[in-house]
Design a protein around this ligand. Structure first.
Ligand code: ADP
Length: 410
């Protein structure tokens, strides 16, 4: 009997968590989704949700899961209980989200020892992310050494940025010696959402200029011209750009010297301050936009100021990228905040009528999982909401690379 290998397992390995989805590529459906969190702690937790008919509901397991190897084994066990184990012949490949691909990786790449070494070489520019991604890949390769494993890079979509957008205006020799430049992140999402937006407009991606606002806990904007990224707000690391849940986004770099000299803070303390204790959380104590909107409604001044600072930054990027693109066909909101917070969308384009930007209040209030236009009919620039799906994008890119060559005997 011949089984067609048409499934892809997508793994997103963080420093203390692994998120996963098993997808069937014949119809892009999910067979199972899950999460292992607090890896290495006593109260680790695995939540597994099978989505196949008759598999039953969500299963949860708590208790120490020592490391990523144990975590992936536990995931494999859960999948096996539903007949979806890593040894099933239908599994075509494992697709890994890798945060930093540097300049080298502009495409999804089948992982071999050379690719692993290159991802390792990038650890100094992505110290928080690439080590965890590497651990996930190594563990998956131990479990299924024969299976194609593909790395899909968060930076890849941004490698088309022109040199004048990617370079910081600092001494070239120093920059090159330490690979300092703007790489950008959330590329998988920006690629997926900009393509979907073109489809929503009934056009080919090559025909449209789009500003994508990916507003999750991390947030970034991208200017996409004819399907290619020409600028994005995150830089060497995911700290630059928009105000985020706990990250400051843009600040004067001299703030760091000042904190060292005047407050006696160490580099690590400043790193922690700007990445974990800043943004919305630093400004008002909450990083969840739902909570902030609730507080704003109650008249809370700190939450109001945090919201205003968030929106002001967002507006500046919409303006900047309008100038970068010249003609903007669509401004599109995505990710947790962008897809759900109508108040953020409304505020972000308020007053931008002269630039051709406006939202229709009724359309903006609609809640839906579908891509949708929220600007009034006939607007010069379409404003839209397009839900992102990074896992599907990773699965599709992985499958496009390895899927068709894998028909196996079962
Ligand atoms: P991540 O960057 O962790 O992938 P998501 O894209 O899932 O984040 O976005 C998570 C954020 O989305 C939450 O922190 C919350 O601020 C925001 N969010 C989710 N649902 C809503 C909602 N209904 N209204 C406003 N904000 C929301």
């Amino acid at each position: 009997m011949t089984a067609h290998a048409t499934r892809v397992l997508v793994l997103n390995s963080g420093s203390s968590s692994v998120k996963y989805q098993l997808l069937e590529m014949q119809d892009n459906s999910r067979l199972a989704v899950g999460l292992v969190e607090r890896i290495g702690e006593r109260d680790s937790r695995l939540v597994h949700t099978p989505l196949t008919a008759g598999a039953g509901g969500k299963r949860e397991r708590t208790g120490k899961i020592a490391d990523h190897t144990e975590a992936l084994r536990a995931v494999a066990d859960e999948l096996a209980r539903d007949g979806l184990g890593l040894d099933s012949p239908e599994l075509a490949a494992i697709g890994h989200r890798v945060v930093h691909g540097g300049l080298k990786f502009s495409e999804p790449t089948v992982i071999d020892d050379g690719v692993l070494a290159e991802i390792e070489r990038l650890v100094p520019v992505a110290p928080l992310h690439n080590p965890a991604n590497l651990t996930g890949i190594r563990t998956a390769r131990e479990l299924r050494p024969d299976l194609p494993q593909v790395a899909v890079f968060d930076t890849a979509f941004h490698t088309t940025m022109p040199e004048y957008a990617a370079r910081y205006a600092i001494d070239t020799e120093t920059a090159d010696a330490h690979r300092i430049r703007r790489y950008g992140f959330h590329g998988t999402s920006h690629a997926y959402v900009s393509r979907k937006t073109a489809a929503l407009l009934g056009k080919d991606p090559s025909e449209v200029n789009v500003i994508v606002l990916h507003l999750g806990n991390g947030a970034s904007a991208a200017a996409v011209a004819g399907g290619r990224c020409v600028d994005t707000s995150m830089g060497l690391t995911p700290l630059e750009g928009l105000v985020m849940g706990t990250r400051s986004g843009d600040i004067d770099p001299a703030v760091t010297f000042h904190l060292t000299r005047v407050a006696g803070m160490s580099v690590d303390e400043i790193d922690e301050l700007l990445n974990k204790k800043s943004g919305l959380a630093g400004l008002c104590g909450d990083n969840d936009m739902r909570e902030i909107l609730r507080r704003v409604d109650e008249g809370d001044e700190r939450a109001r100021l945090a919201f205003d600072i968030y929106i002001h930054r967002l507006k500046k990027y919409i303006g900047a990228y309008s100038a970068v693109l010249g003609r903007v066909d669509a401004v599109v909101f995505t990710a947790g905040v962008g897809e759900n917070a109508a108040a953020v969308r409304e505020a972000a384009v308020a007053g931008l009528g002269p630039m051709g930007l406006a939202v229709d209040a009724d359309r903006n209030a609609v809640r839906s999982d579908e891509p949708r236009i929220i600007s009034p009919d006939g607007a010069r620039t379409v404003v839209a909401v397009v839900p992102t799906d990074e896992e599907l994008e990773i699965a599709q890119q992985t499958f496009a690379l390895v899927g068709e060559v894998r028909t196996v005997d079962a």
